[in-house]
Ligand binder design. Structure first.
Ligand SMILES: Nc1ncnc2c1ncn2[C@@H]1O[C@H](COP(=O)(O)OP(=O)(O)OP(=O)(O)O)[C@@H](O)[C@H]1O
Ligand SMILES: [Mg+2]
Length: 325
C-alpha cells in the first residue's frame, strides 16, 4: 500500500487538546442516532385548501399549534401559520379559504433526517415547526423544537433506566454466582434400579457445563459418578450418591449399606467382577468400574467392610475450558 504525505503550509488542529474535549456526551450521541421520525408528532393535523382561515384558527386553538399544513390527499400544498391568521384578522379576510393566503413554498424536513440536521434547520430558518415528508413525498408528521427536546429527554431517561437495570442485573448475577459457589446433588440409589443409572452424573455434568469446566474434566467426573452409582445399583443393598461441586473441585461420594467389597485390592484390578447374570446381560460386570474410577479421579478413598458397607470418595480438580484454572 502506498503512503502519501500531504504537506500543508498552515496546520489547523482538528481537536484542540482541552481536557474532556474528546468525551462525547450522551445527548450528543442521541442527536446523531435519533431520526426526525422518532421525534415528530404524527399523524399531522391538517386542513384542506378550501377550509376557511377561521376554521384553521379554531384548529390551532384546539391543538395549541402555531402552524397547520394544508394538504390535498397526502400531498402537502401549503402551510398556514399563526402570523397568517393574525394578518387575516387584521385585514378582514379570516373567512376566506386557506389556499388564498397560505404559504406555498414550505420548507420541509425528511423523516429520515437525524435530529442533528433537524436542529440545524431550525437554526438556519428560524421557523417554529416543519412539516415532515417521507421518501415518497407524503406528509407524515410535524416537528417542533419542543418535539426534539421531549424526544431527547425521553431517550435520556430510557438510557438511564437501561443503565440502572443493567447495573442491577450485573449485581444480581454476581450474587447468584457467589451463592452458586457450592452445588450439592444428592440422590438415593436403589438396588437393581438400572433405569436410574446415570441421572446424578447427568445433573452434575450440566452444572459443570454451565460453569464452563473443561470438557475433558467433565467427562472424567461423569465416569466416576456413573461407575460409583452403578456399583451401588448392582452390588449393594442400596445407598446414596452425593456430588459436591465447588469452584475448584467436585467431590463424588458413594455410600451404601452393604454388603461391602470383599477384597478391595482384587476389586481394583481390571476385569475382576462378581456381577451376576442380569447385570452382565445389561452390559455391566466387565470389572472395569473401579479401575476407571481410579484413573479418572485426582484423589480416591475407598473404605469397605461388611458391617458398614462401602464408602467411596473421589475428588476431581476442576479447571475451566481454555486452560484457565
Ligand atoms: N458398592 C459395592 N458394594 C459391594 N461390592 C462392590 C461395590 N462396588 C464394587 N464392588 C465389587 O467390586 C467388583 C469390581 O467393581 P467394578 O466396578 O470394577 O466392576 P463391576 O461393577 O463388576 O463391572 P463394571 O463396573 O465394569 O460394570 C464388583 O464386581 C463387586 O464385586
Ligand atoms: Mg462397576
Amino acid at each position: 500500500m502506498g503512503v502519501s504525505t500531504v504537506t500543508a503550509r498552515t496546520s489547523v488542529p482538528v481537536w484542540d487538546e482541552q481536557p474532556g474535549r474528546r468525551s462525547v456526551p450522551l445527548a450528543q450521541v442521541l442527536v446523531y442516532e435519533l431520526r426526525v421520525r422518532d421525534a415528530m408528532s404524527k399523524p399531522p393535523v391538517t386542513a384542506a385548501p378550501q377550509d376557511s382561515l377561521r376554521s384553521i384558527q379554531h384548529l390551532m386553538k384546539a391543538h395549541k399549534f402555531s402552524g397547520v399544513p394544508i394538504v390535498e390527499g397526502d400531498r402537502l400544498v401549503g402551510l398556514v401559520s399563526i402570523e397568517d391568521i393574525i394578518n387575516a384578522l387584521d385585514r378582514g379576510h379570516i373567512n376566506e379559504p386557506a389556499e388564498r393566503h397560505m404559504t406555498r413554498n414550505v420548507v420541509t424536513l425528511r423523516d429520515h433526517y437525524s435530529l442533528l440536521r433537524a436542529v440545524a434547520e431550525f437554526e438556519r430558518h428560524g421557523f417554529g415547526r416543519f412539516p415532515v415528508l417521507d421518501a415518497g413525498d407524503r406528509l407524515v408528521g410535524m416537528i417542533t423544537r419542543g418535539d426534539i427536546t421531549t424526544c431527547l429527554m425521553h431517550h435520556l431517561e430510557k438510557r438511564a433506566e437501561e443503565a440502572i437495570a443493567h447495573e442491577a442485573a450485573l449485581v444480581a448475577a454476581r450474587v447468584a454466582d457467589e451463592k452458586a459457589e457450592r452445588v450439592v446433588i444428592r440422590a438415593p440409589v436403589r438396588t437393581g434400579d438400572y433405569d436410574s443409572a446415570g441421572k446424578v452424573s447427568q445433573r452434575m455434568r450440566q452444572v459443570l457445563r454451565e460453569r464452563g469446566i473443561d470438557p475433558e474434566v467433565r467427562r472424567r467426573a461423569a465416569v466416576v459418578a456413573y461407575e460409583a452409582e452403578t456399583n451401588i445399583i448392582i452390588h449393594s443393598l442400596g445407598g446414596e450418591i452425593v456430588v459436591t461441586i465447588d469452584p475448584d473441585k467436585v467431590v463424588i461420594e458413594a455410600n451404601d449399606v452393604g454388603p461391602g467389597i470383599e477384597n478391595i485390592e482384587l476389586a481394583m484390578q481390571e476385569g475382576w467382577s462378581t456381577a451376576g447374570r442380569l447385570p452382565r446381560e445389561l452390559g455391566f460386570g466387565a470389572g472395569m468400574g473401579l479401575p476407571n474410577i481410579k484413573r479418572c479421579s485426582d484423589r480416591l478413598e475407598i473404605q469397605s467392610d461388611s458391617e458398614h458397607g462401602t464408602r467411596l470418595r473421589a475428588e476431581i480438580f476442576l479447571k475451566r475450558a481454555g486452560g484457565a484454572e
